[in-house]
Write a protein that binds this ligand. Structure first.
Ligand code: ADP
Ligand code: MG
Length: 674
């Protein structure tokens, strides 16, 4: 394999965009007398070799003494080659750069970078780049390769000069030159922190390319075909009449956006965002009915069995009375039952199919799939969603897609990662919801908390008790849950304490959840399996043990399980002292706000974007240079300029777009919301 391929570099452009992670200043020499006085830090000295000795104290080492007339510096080499002994011979002139250290005999340099020079060997005028690299690829090799690539490439600017003026950014080749070879007086902090205009130019270009490619993909999708569904038919009308509540304004708005999309002859690609409890399921049901009214099937996929089963229960409660056949399919189903369902799907007898990943297996074939709904979409990979989409009747007639997420995505993320999707937001909760009151309680007060639970249960309230996350060991986590249940059963005489955890068989899990739903269980001890989607409105008290171990979004999701009914709900975050800084920040944020978007924004600041993107990026960062947090202003600008380019009003827009994309996306995978 080519050396550079080990660094993921395949083209000259990628080579040139392999930017330094830091620099070394070899542009100046420090007089040895000053260096000796300074005692620490990096220096570069130059002088004549006075002596070069192999010493034994206690191990064999080479000590080279160098004088520049102002003082004598000892260079110590603990490992050395015989050739170096010869190279560093008395009388030669040596230039050495490295850290100062206090040795037995005063200030010295251990293993400095050295080279033999002539009296008049010039000092470099630019800072020396240090590139990210791996074993076997030297800095020297990279520097040469990058310089060569730079001279081979045509680095003409892809952006018009007037834009650069407006944006206050340097030209492309100028910026590159600056980053690889900054002048000696460059602002090193701005370079290291990547806030220098030269860095901002790279980031802007990268963000613009991403915006352009996503928006182009969105346009390309409009050329694909889907069945256009006429507006509300028989089932839809009946459903709206039987609905036990009125939709919120926000729900009505997203329903109309979706209805509009489904009426088009190209596939809908919409992300429905709404905080936990905002009522996405009923919106999904209404969308499903539009497809069913038009004679098509609907598939709804959820990431966990608990969630899929709950959707199934809720949707069949709503829809079977209307005469619609709702089925569910899961991995844990018995073969017979499953075969029967699979056949109902194939014949078209089943109109709404709800399931887990089992839905995307080969054996599942639809007769005429018109709409795919994916709940908690960030839990699925692009590949999985693609498989489901391709279960439409042909490769050219695609089903519409509705993706739902209760993890509110901060705006910057939505603008970048979801630039190719249409986004609907439910930004209001159903009426009558009282915000959950969140309290922080130290673990020392556990007894007191148990007492409170007893009192609450006596009043007919139901309680979740969430066991601590133990990342290192799943079995320990399980054991803790089992122990907790035993302790609570003992302490809460006369109450029924249930347990649900990730290792349970799906039907056991369902059994427990159903019992809790029906009020036969008072206190449900749970691991984080209840994190997503579970809806038991009568549960109004939640205790989270070792809340300091959970992430913000996770805490918010968990807390969203209460506050769904009429009763005032309380969430007790129990924590272990002492609290670290970030943990304290998280818990205080939870106490301060119930607003999912505010929490998501804080989480993004604390933890970065990975959590929000989940499987879709398979952990791979999308940007080389841009930082979604620090470069928010550039994201806005890139989106704005991409729009200008795609608006079709600039005469040379197409040339700019194709030049820019070929520079930035050449050979690089595009991450799109297929
Ligand atoms: P999520 O958005 O978290 O998936 P759900 O769809 O589970 O939320 O809805 C939460 C609860 O709110 C459910 O019990 C649902 O029936 C109820 N609900 C949804 N919309 C309304 C509404 N407009 N008015 C009253 N209750 C509603
Ligand atoms: Mg939901």
């Amino acid at each position: 394999m080519n050396k550079l391929e080990r660094l993921g570099i395949r083209t000259d452009m990628e080579l040139v965009l392999h930017l330094p992670s830091r620099y070394e200043d070899e542009t100046t020499l420090t007089p040895i007398a000053d260096a000796l006085f300074r005692c620490e830090g990096p220096v570069q000295i130059e002088g004549q070799i006075m002596a070069s000795d192999v010493q034994y104290r206690p191990k064999r080492q080479l000590v080279v003494s160098v004088s520049d007339g102002t003082g004598v510096m000892h260079l110590r080499f603990l490992h050395f080659y015989p050739s170096q002994l010869k190279q560093f011979s008395e009388g030669k002139r040596i230039r050495a750069r490295g850290e100062l250290r206090q040795g037995y005999g005063g200030t010295e340099m251990v293993h400095p970078a050295c080279r033999i020079v002539e009296e008049d060997t010039p000092l470099p005028t630019a800072l020396t780049p240090v590139y990210p690299t791996c074993a076997g690829v030297s800095q020297h090799y990279l520097r040469k390769a990058i310089a060569a690539a730079q001279s081979r490439l045509d680095l003409v600017d892809t952006l018009p000069p007037s834009w650069l003026d407006e944006l206050g950014l340097p030209g492309f080749s100028e910026a590159l030159r600056y980053l690889h070879y900054p002048p000696a007086d460059a602002d090193e902090t701005a370079l290291l922190e990547r806030t220098h205009p030269a860095w901002r130019r790279m980031k802007f270009d990268e963000l613009l390319a991403q915006q352009l490619s996503m928006r182009r993909a969105q346009r390309a999708r409009r050329l694909l075909k889907a069945h256009a569904f006429g507006a509300a038919g028989h089932f839809s009308r009946q459903f709206m009449q039987t609905l036990p509540f009125t939709l919120t304004k926000a729900q009505l708005k997203v329903v109309s956006e979706i209805r509009h999309d489904l009426g088009r002859a190209y596939p809908m690609q919409r992300l429905l965002q709404g905080d936990v409890g905002s009522g996405k399921t009923v919106v999904a049901a209404i969308a499903a009915l539009q497809a069913i009214d038009n004679g098509f099937q609907v598939a709804m996929m959820a990431p966990t069995e608990i969630l899929a089963e709950q959707h199934f229960r809720r949707l069949s409660d709503w829809l079977t009375p209307l005469g619609i056949s709702v089925v569910w399919i899961s991995g844990s189903m018995k073969k017979k039952a499953r075969e029967q369902i699979v056949s109902m799907i194939q014949t078209g007898e089943a109109s709404l199919v709800i399931g887990t990943h089992a839905l995307i297996q080969d054996t599942v074939q639809f007769r005429h799939l018109g709409l795919v709904i994916i709940d908690e979409q960030h839990r699925f990979g692009v590949g999985q969603r693609l498989v489901l989409r391709n279960k439409g009747e042909s490769q050219t007639m695609l089903p519409h897609q509705l993706m739902m997420s209760a993890t509110p995505i901060p705006r910057t993320l939505a603008m970048t990662f979801y630039a190719d999707l249409d986004v609907s937001v439910i930004d209001e909760l159903p009426p009558g919801r009282k915000p959950v009151i969140t309290r922080l309680v130290s673990q020392e007060r556990r007894e007191e908390v148990i007492g409170r639970i007893q009192a609450a249960a006596m009043q007919g309230r139901q309680i979740y008790w969430v066991c601590p996350l133990i990342e290192e060991s799943e079995s320990l986590q399980l054991q803790t849950a089992i122990d907790t249940r035993a302790i609570l059963t003992e302490a809460l005489q006369g109450l029924s304490v249930g347990l649900v955890h990730g290792r349970m068989k799906p039907d056991e899990k369902q059994h427990v959840m159903a019992a809790f739903q029906q009020g036969r269980i008072d206190v449900l001890v749970a691991t984080t399996v209840i994190e997503v989607g579970v809806d038991v409105p009568n549960a109004s008290l939640m205790v989270i043990e070792h809340a300091e171990r959970f992430g913000l979004s996770q805490l918010h999701q968990l807390r969203g399980r209460v506050g769904r009914g009429d009763a005032e709900s309380v969430c007790l975050l129990m924590y272990q002292k002492p609290l670290g800084d970030t943990a304290r920040q998280r818990l205080l944020t939870m106490r301060e706000t119930n607003d999912g978007f505010a929490i998501a924004q804080r989480d993004l600041e604390i933890r970065g974007p990975g959590e929000f993107l989940g499987a879709r990026q398979s952990g791979q960062a999308m940007f080389r240079f841009a930082d979604l947090e620090k470069d928010r202003d550039l994201i806005d600008k890139a989106a704005q300029y991409a729009q200008v380019l795609l608006a079709g009003k600039m005469p040379d827009a197409d040339a700019i777009i194709s030049a820019h994309l070929s520079r930035w996306l050449d050979n690089r995978e595009e991450y799109l919301n297929v």
